[in-house]
Design a protein around this ligand. Structure first.
Ligand code: HEC
Length: 479
């Protein structure tokens, strides 16, 4: 079954997070600080809070008002940072579905202690970039120290509801069916039965976009892949019409793996979905095997396009800096593997995405600039296989021509790694989760603006010479 949204369907930009209510949060803070100050005797904070509360009269109040309550102090934090996942039908990061809803007081109350523990340890919300990168990535999920203190103080002081009249309006998650907003084209893979006797199972589904689905090539603003319950990950790519469908000849269309978010480009940056393309879903299914475990899957990919008259200036490439030639010795706690790539032109990096499997421990991208200086672009000190996160720069990162980006991945093949399926064997490159991968994806474009036209992009970025570059990257990307 194939579907596509009508061409006149409204264009909508992706909304990644519920809107924050600015009014209210500025008034709330001093009360919390006052409370912390009186309980901890920190005169300095008290003074600061006092000064602030003079400026914000709403904050001054009776002793009862100083209590930290669910409705006034905690709920706004949960709305802004937790509910997108912790709600019925919450965001599903390919299998990473939050176990409980955190919307109402009755739902949150039994979890108060666990919530406090998880925010204090910074396990929740899930985010793995080094703290030094606070503010660098647009999709960052972190709480401020003040927010953490508020939640912890609330949970350890009786977890009181407070006055429901102080509650902010509930967040409307209605548009969150697709996280990229209303798609312009949804492509359904054929329905497929993942058999009973399969635990780990690879298959590629293809769907050729006929004229009714994609009458002409369109520039892509966002791509979201979606898999059923048995899907571990999907790597997506497109085969150009008439170019054959050999492995390694496709062009990259993103992917989805546990914890990964949809691919969304800043305004003016685009990929191209070429008319007549055959969309390939390279599927990795994973489930328990045994009688009755078989399930039907129908994975999908949704595209949001730019309006046809949009002025676009940057064509987006997405490929990895990787190394397949490594062999991690048994029991080794910190095996380092490196790879590098020189960007020959002025380049703008939009996002980074380290990819490893169960022995992944940490990852780092370092830019070595032509003037000899260097800069760490991303450090993920405690890698978690369950959260294959895209790190999207709030301000796209510009690299001068000749910059070499070195990607380093560290693997823990010791028994101290709780995710390690077998510390007694050596591990090299392979598809299975018990094999390893060493891929530092980079989403980037040329810095020099060009006026994107379908013909121009087809000639320059899909042409025979450029195509060989894409092929080299894809060969790795599809494994
Ligand atoms: C991006 C989605 C996402 C966001 C945002 C998020 N969570 Fe979670 N949360 C999860 C998932 C998924 C799990 C299950 C964890 C696992 O299986 O490893 C979880 C687990 C938890 C648990 C542990 C539940 C248990 O079974 O012990 C708590 C407590 C929690 N989250 C609280 C929060 C709070 C509080 C916030 C906001 C400050 C938050 N989460 C934000 C996805 C999310």
């Amino acid at each position: 079954m194939r579907r596509f949204a009508s061409p006149q369907s409204s264009w909508r930009l992706a909304v990644r997070r519920p809107a924050t209510r600015v009014a209210g949060s500025t008034c709330r803070l001093p009360q919390v600080l006052l409370r912390l100050a009186t309980t901890s005797g920190l005169a300095l904070i008290a003074a600061a809070a006092q000064a602030h509360s003079t400026a914000a009269p709403a904050a001054a109040g009776s002793a009862v008002d100083q209590e930290i309550t669910f409705y006034r102090d905690v709920l706004p934090i949960l709305q802004d940072n937790c509910q997108t996942c912790h709600r019925p039908g919450g965001d599903n990061y390919t299998g990473m579905v939050a176990p409980m809803s955190l919307i109402t007081y009755d739902e949150v109350r039994p979890w108060a202690k666990s919530v406090a523990r998880n925010v204090q340890s910074r396990t929740m919300p899930p985010w793995y970039a080094d703290e030094a990168f606070h503010g660098v990535f647009e999709n960052e999920r972190t709480l401020t120290q003040q927010e953490i203190d508020t939640v912890v103080a609330w949970a350890t002081s009786g977890a009181r509801p407070g006055d429901p009249a102080h509650a902010p309006d509930p967040v409307d998650f209605a548009t969150h069916g697709w996280r990229i907003g209303e798609p312009d084209l949804i492509v359904d893979a054929p329905r497929y039965f993942v058999p009973d006797d399969a635990d780990t199972h690879y298959v590629t589904h293809t769907v050729t976009l006929d004229e009714s689905m994609l009458p002409k090539s369109r520039f892509i603003k966002a791509i979201e892949w979606r898999g059923g319950p048995a899907v571990h990950h999907i790597v997506g790519y497109g085969f150009l019409p008439g170019r054959g469908q050999e492995r390694g000849t496709g062009y990259g269309l993103g992917s989805i793996a546990p914890g990964e978010e949809p691919m969304q480009f800043p305004d003016g940056y685009a990929k191209l979905l070429v008319a007549g393309t055959t969309v390939a879903f390279s599927m990795h299914y994973h489930k328990e095997k045994g009688p009755g475990t078989g399930v039907w899957d129908q994975s999908q990919v949704a595209f949001a396009f730019y309006p046809e008259d949009a002025e676009l200036h940057h064509f987006v490439d997405h490929d990895p800096i990787g190394n397949r030639w490594f062999d991690i010795p048994p029991g080794h706690p910190e095996w380092k593997v490196g790879a590098g790539r020189v960007f020959e032109r002025d380049t703008t990096i939009i996002a980074l995405h380290p990819h490893m499997h169960l022995r992944g421990k940490s990852a780092e991208y370092v830019a070595h600039y032509p003037d000899g200086s260097e800069e760490t672009l991303l450090s993920v000190p405690a890698w978690d296989f369950n959260w294959q996160t895209d790190y999207s720069f709030a301000e796209p990162k510009r690299l001068p021509a000749g910059t070499r980006v070195e990607y380093t991945a560290i693997f823990d093949n010791s028994e101290a790694n709780p995710a390690n399926p077998d510390p007694t064997v050596s591990v090299d490159w392979g598809q299975e989760t018990w094999d390893e991968m060493m891929l530092g994806y980079v989403t980037y474009s040329r810095t020099q603006p060009e006026r994107l036209t379908v013909e121009g992009v087809l000639a320059e970025h899909f042409g025979v010479t450029e195509f060989e570059d894409v092929e080299a990257g894809e060969d790795i990307a599809q494994d």
